[in-house]
Design a protein around this ligand. Structure first.
Ligand code: NAD
Ligand code: WQD
Length: 356
């Protein structure tokens, strides 16, 4: 099938683009490069040997998106990754988060209806479970919009929009994938996570310390009620996550459905750092700090529904993820390039065929 990836130049989008191509699908990408680089698409083309058309535009620009879809007709499905994702930023600037995230989802759904595209897979998040006490988290665990931050609320609201859209249109297949903590990189070392500025998330922060770009990892609390006192998360390798999107698309049926994508294995902050030290063959300086406001002690999922319905299971370990992150980080200490390169890339409007 031909699949439109909104936000496909981003971390998860680029890995998913490659997985889709490897599974025999065709991919086109729309991305405004607000948090990514066109270089990611160049590298997907390099790895796959296949041209990936890229429209550099905001997905809320409906006429531009429609024209792009029409130029690549027929498009069978959309994977909607595009959105802003920094939790702290969403608290500081909630209107921008509602504008970008809700506006993007609505624009994509409108273009899908106009162009008769009947399947959408959406990047939701474990964040929709908020402070839920029941572990492991299953798809029926409580969610709500009573969440700590606007970012999480946008994810929950978009899930509800998709559910309503699917009940109004019996031909529409809408799937929300609730990612747990995506980590890792492609084993080639060519594509990986390239956060701008100082990373918020643990794995990219640890990687920057390992490469010498940051001094030490601050551990946000060692007094949680967990085996070693540090927070536990369900870290899923981005290649497993990418495979989950392929499985979701290939199993898509009319109606709305939701799946957790995680490993089901809790890993602590100290365990992740120790795994990274093994992968990089060097010690990583740490410092224990206070708890980060809004953090839960433990979050991990029951991934069995995705196993049962999508025939998908995460097979990679935290050691695999640290090895691949280290390869990516050590080979690309400045990520995909300087800010100037990004601006130059963003000044074009379309990256067409070629570069393979
Ligand atoms: P990312 O920032 O690397 O990718 C998002 C992409 O969307 C970027 O390339 C960005 O330039 C693009 N984009 C943003 N707004 C846009 C707009 N209006 N129009 C066009 N493009 C736009 O992030 P990611 O980690 O790859 O995450 C992908 C999706 O998964 C996001 O929706 C995110 O909220 C969700 N998610 C991420 C995580 C995580 O920890 N990485 C966890 C759960 C859910
Ligand atoms: C993991 C663990 C921290 C950084 C966030 C978002 C969530 C989702 C994924 C999008 C926690 C600890 C972290 C550091 C630390 N994103 N930590 N030192 O908070 O589980 O999830 O990203 O949907 O919405 O909230 O991930 O990587 O920030 O933290 O000790 O410098 O590492 O306290 O226990 P989190 P994280």
């Amino acid at each position: 099938m031909r699949v439109l990836l909104s936000g496909g130049a981003g971390y998860i989008g680029a890995h998913t683009a490659l997985a889709l191509i490897e599974a025999g699908h065709h991919v086109i990408v729309v991305d405004d490069l607000s948090n990514s680089s066109a270089e990611a698409i160049v590298r997907v083309q390099q790895l796959s040997g296949v041209a990936v058309p890229l429209l550099v535009a905001d997905v809320r620009d409906e006429p531009a998106l429609r024209a792009f879809v029409q130029a690549h007709s027929p498009v069978d499905a959309v994977i909607h990754f595009a959105g802003a994702k920094a939790v702290g930023e969403s608290v500081a600037d909630p209107i921008r988060y509602y504008d970008v995230n809700l506006g993007s989802a609505i624009a994509v759904l409108k273009v899908m209806a106009a162009e008769r595209i009947s399947a959408i897979v959406f990047s939701s998040s474990a964040t929709v479970y908020g402070q839920s006490e029941s572990l492991p988290l299953s798809e029926s665990s409580p969610t709500g919009i009573d969440l700590a931050n606007p970012y999480g609320k946008t994810k929950r609201i978009i899930e509800a929009i998709l559910e309503d859209a699917a009940s109004a249109d019996p031909g529409l297949a809408a799937i929300a994938l609730r990612y747990f903590n995506p980590v890792g990189a492609h084993p080639s070392g060519l594509i990986g996570e390239d956060p701008s500025g100082v990373p918020n998330n643990l794995m990219p922060y640890v990687a920057r310390v390992a490469v010498g770009a940051l001094e030490r990892v601050g551990i946000f609390g060692d007094d949680y009620d967990t085996p070693d006192g540090t927070g536990q998360r369900d870290y899923i390798h981005v290649l497993d996550l990418a495979a989950g999107h392929v499985a979701a698309l290939e199993h898509a049926r009319a109606g709305y459905d939701v799946f957790n994508l995680g490993t089901g294995v809790p890993v602590s902050v100290l365990e992740l750092i120790a795994a990274f030290e093994r992968a990089a063959g060097r010690s990583i300086p740490t410092e224990v700090l206070g708890r980060r406001p809004g953090d839960v002690a433990v979050s991990y999922c029951d991934p069995s529904k995705a196993g049962r319905v999508l025939d998908w299971i995460a097979s990679r370990t935290i050691d695999d993820a640290c090895r691949d992150t280290w390869r990516w980080q050590s080979r690309n200490p400045a990520g995909y390039g300087s800010a100037a390169d990004r601006r130059a890339a963003a000044s074009g409007s379309q990256l067409g065929a070629g570069a393979a």
